[in-house]
Write a protein that binds this ligand. Structure first.
Ligand code: ZN
Length: 177
């Protein structure tokens, strides 16, 4: 086996969303985004995703510079990581024949898939704007969920999952979560 085929797995345990996080600059960040920035020596341009050539969300291999072909164009690549938009990542996934009906992808955000699970879900009581307002309300304090829950007529647990972005991840997703 060529050594370049071997993934370099994060030594951090995956978080609840299945992706490894590393503490950096006072923030819990996706480990492979930190790895990309360490390797490139520059911050990731706004709106860009760090995607995986190996489809392994736990992989942080960022050695060696190159290019990766996806969505009809070349993209900057370092090790098993490459830089692209959400659309590039989705196109790459489709091209590789990964299932569209399987579990939600862990290494990127697909607006179409998430939309089906969000506002248009028949049982959803909250709108995208409600979710934004709830997150803004709890941005700097992770308490008082009971009051917010009463305000919006949902459970305290639901507020908790919204604030922690385990629910409604498609609404203004945090690039590092
Ligand atoms: Zn890998």
């Amino acid at each position: 086996m060529n050594t370049s085929d071997i993934c370099c797995l994060s030594h951090y345990r995956p978080s609840r969303n299945g992706r490894p996080h590393a503490w950096r600059d006072g923030k819990n960040r996706l480990h492979y985004r930190v790895a990309w920035e360490d390797a490139s020596g520059a911050p990731i341009p706004e709106g860009m995703c760090v995607c995986h050539t190996c489809d392994t969300p736990n992989c942080i291999r960022a050695d060696g510079e190159g290019l990766y072909w996806a969505n009809g164009a070349w993209h900057p690549r370092r090790g098993h990581l490459w830089l692209g938009t959400h659309a590039d990542n989705v196109a790459d996934r489709v091209a590789k024949g990964r299932s569209r009906s399987g579990p939600l992808p862990l290494d990127h955000y697909d607006p179409e898939e998430y939309a089906r699970r969000g506002e248009r879900h028949p049982r959803a009581k909250l709108t995208d704007d409600d979710v934004r307002a709830i997150r803004a309300r709890h941005e700097n304090r992770r308490w008082g969920y009971t009051e917010t829950a009463r305000l919006y007529g949902v459970s305290r647990k639901q507020i908790n999952t919204i604030v922690l972005r385990r629910a409604w991840p498609h609404v203004d997703p945090d690039p590092d979560w």
